[in-house]
Design a protein around this ligand. Sequence first.
Ligand code: HEC
Length: 165
Amino acid sequence: MPRTLALQAALLAALLQSAPGHSADTDPMARGRYLIAIGGCNDCHTPGYAQHGDKIPESTRLTGAAIGFSGPWGVSYPGNLRLTAASQDEEAWLTRARGNGLPPMPWSALQAMTRDDLSAIYRYLRALGPAGEAAPAALAPGQAIPTPHFVFVPQPPTTQKTSQR
Ligand code: HEC
């Protein structure tokens, strides 16, 4: 009887392996890439991605941005995720990723992820490897802003045409 069971288990394992599945379900690196894609992380952390999308090669993505987001919190800069992952061990990175910080980073999205998901993102960033420069440090409110920046402050309605094109 145990031999039959073992045979059944082996058959099941073989079937599962040959079943067509998304590699993001099994390979942590592929899962990390997938989570970054559906999380919209490139929009802020990859310079030019919001404008050019997938034309930006993967090898140059997630290197952070020197264009700040200015608001009541001061000015925040999307970090160079590849440098921070390369310089931290997994536990330190997970602690930071589950922590909190300035807008408009969607911290709650990272907090809602499972440990396995965050770990997959970390592995993907490590696989990409370090590249680019560190993003500028955040600025407290009320300081001069030495970089280009988006202003995140609600504006009153206007009757004039707003398009700059
Ligand atoms: C709307 C823009 C925006 C999006 C989208 C975004 N981020 Fe961020 N991210 C930021 C900003 C700005 C900071 C800096 C926040 C601060 O200074 O506290 C940041 C900081 C971080 C940090 C900590 C700094 C570092 O370099 O490690 C991590 C980790 C991070 N983001 C991961 C992600 C991941 C993963 C996603 C996708 C799920 C994502 N971010 C999506 C803007 C964004």
